[in-house]
Design a protein around this ligand. Sequence first.
Ligand code: GSH
Length: 211
Amino acid sequence: MLKLHGYAVSNYYNMVKHALFVKGIEYEAVTALPDQGPEMLAKSPMGKVPFIETEQGILTETNIILEYLDEVYPDTPLYPSDPFEKAKVKEVLKTVELYIEAPAHTLVPELMGREKVAEETKKTADAMLSRGIAAFQHHASFSPYACGENLTAADILIYYSIKLAKAAGKVVLKRDIVTEVEGLAELMSLIDATDVAQQVVAENKAALKAM
Ligand SMILES: N[C@@H](CCC(=O)N[C@@H](CS)C(=O)NCC(=O)O)C(=O)O
C-alpha cells in the first residue's frame, strides 16, 4: 500500500493528505519529521516532508506527488485533461507556492513566537507577497475554484499555503492577504466547508497542540 511520510503539522503534508482523501486512495501514514540525518536523507535528500513510498520507490516534492497520484489514480481528477488547462492549473499552483507561500514561510519563526524576523527579511517578504498576490489575482478565475468549476491540485495547494500566509501576514506584517485577492475568501470558505478539509485541519490542530 502507498505510504505517506510526514506529520500533520506540515502544510505540505496536509496538501498530499487532502488529495489522497479527495481521491479516496487508501494509504498508510508513517510519521516522519524533517531531519538532516543520513537515514532521512537517503529517503528524502532535502530532509523535507512529505514524501511518498510507492512500489516503485520514493517520490518527494508535493506538486510532483500530486501529479503522480493523479496519473496513477485517475478517479476524481485534480488536473484537467486538456494540456493548456492543465498547464494553467500548474501555473497558479507554482505562483502561489513560489511567490506567496515561500515569502510567507520566511516569517514563520516570528509567527510561531520562536524569534523576531529581521526587518530586512520582512521588507523582502512584504514586497514579494505584493507581487505574488497580483500575479495570483491575474491567473486565478475563482469561478468558484481557482481554475474553473472543479477542484484542482491548485486549490489544494492554495488552501494550505494561504492559511499559513494569512496567519504570517496578519501577525508579522499586519496585513490580511486574503482580503487583498478578490474571490479568495469565498474559495477558502468553499473548501473549509468540506468534510475532507475539516478532517485534515482538525488533525493539524491536534498535532500543533501536542507539539
Ligand atoms: N518543496 C517541498 C517543501 C516541503 C517542505 O518545506 N516541508 C517542510 C515541512 S512543511 C519541511 O520539511 N521543512 C524542513 C526543511 O525545510 O528543512 C514540497 O513541495 O514538498
